[in-house]
Design a binder for this molecule. Structure first.
Ligand code: NAP
Length: 306
């Protein structure tokens, strides 16, 4: 039994981590650390330090705070000899995650940089389909309503909060998983509201060593139907991953249709890594976002008011 402590009990911890841990016979939620000290049926502490000092014995820590404070808590947990599950994105910068991987190796514990969208049901099928095909182009349409999915999350708009890349990085985590070759950014256009630090919309142009055209449109102001789609056109057919990767159609025919089951898969993987004494910390999706900020042109747009 792996005894888990959660840090940062907010939307994702409540919606996904608590039920996924409860459903996994190999895991037990032992305590939480969150400034609001929420009552979730286990001892609650104001900080990770307090939980480590005064709480029950823990084997692993799941960090569900915003990315801007991920590094310091990850370092504290790793130094205490705990296995660490990082919510996405694994850090506020690409560089700090390398540092964490080195510390995990030194402490002989597992560091798992989770990318939940890679655990969507259609992703393995898409990866297999793409592996043997000549790809003509890839188009990502990732459009959601920030007011509906992220109410009150002011950290998203601050520096390091990623703005529209907070959901957009999920598409990039799928892209980097299913593409047979490394993908890189060649151009980006970022729309930044005049009163915040992060983009509300972005258009990315990417490619790979074969010059495959890859484009992504990220929009945080989509009302009505929400869109989380990746369409891959190959020489002999078209694959469409939709609903964030839960569904696949090939040439218009449904191939995979599944309910959201990403977090049980993530925790299963975390348990496997711990038992195998291994870490997994892929920073490629975060590097694509960082590169979009590096080469992107910025356009100031209307202030964002929630
Ligand atoms: P959230 O609702 O804002 O929850 C984060 C929690 O972290 C807060 O409730 C807060 O609890 C704690 N916290 C600690 N330091 C904080 C700080 N400086 N600023 C704000 N909160 C702080 O955010 P979330 O949606 O759960 O997202 C957390 C992470 O999970 C993000 O990296 C996000 O990308 C990722 N994620 C979110 C979703 C989603 O659908 N929402 C999906 C997948 C992944 P206390 O006030 O009690 O300390």
């Amino acid at each position: 039994m792996i005894r888990v402590g959660i840090v940062g009990v907010g939307k994702i911890a409540r919606d996904q981590h608590l039920p996924a841990i409860a459903a996994d016979p190999g895991l037990e939620l032992a305590a939480v650390a969150s400034r609001s000290k929420p009552d979730v049926g286990v001892p609650a502490f104001e900080s990770l330090e307090e939980m480590l000092e005064r709480g029950p014995a823990l084997d692993a820590i799941a960090l569900c705070t915003p990315p801007q404070v991920r590094r310091e808590t990850a370092i504290t947990a790793l130094r205490a000899g705990k296995h660490v599950f990082l919510e996405k994105p694994p850090g506020a910068t690409v560089g700090e995650v390398g540092d964490l991987s080195a510390l995990a190796a030194e402490k002989n514990v597992t560091l798992f940089a989770s990318w939940h969208s890679r655990f969507a049901a259609g992703v393995p099928t898409a990866k297999t389909w793409l592996a043997t095909r000549k790809i003509r182009n890839v188009d990502i349409q990732w459009r959601e309503d920030v007011r509906r999915w992220h109410p009150g999350q002011t950290w998203i708009w601050e520096a390091g909060g990623l703005g529209v890349f907070d959901p957009g990085i999920n598409a990039l985590s799928i892209l980097t998983e299913i593409m047979p070759r490394e993908v890189f950014v060649t151009d980006a256009r970022l729309q930044v509201p005049e009163n915040v630090q992060s983009p509300v919309a972005a258009h990315l142009t990417m490619t790979d060593i074969e010059d495959t055209p890859i484009t992504a449109d990220f929009d945080f102001l989509q009302t009505g139907p929400q869109t989380w789609d990746i369409t891959v056109t190959a020489e002999d057919g078209t694959l469409r991953l939709s609903s964030g990767g839960a569904r696949i159609e090939i040439d218009g025919q449904p191939v995979v249709q599944a309910a959201d089951d990403e977090y049980p898969g993530l925790y299963k993987r975390f348990g496997e890594l711990i038992r195998a004494g291994r870490s997994e910390a892929d920073v490629r999706p975060l590097a694509l976002v960082a590169d979009a900020f590096l080469v992107g042109t910025r356009e100031l747009v209307e202030a964002f008011v929630e």
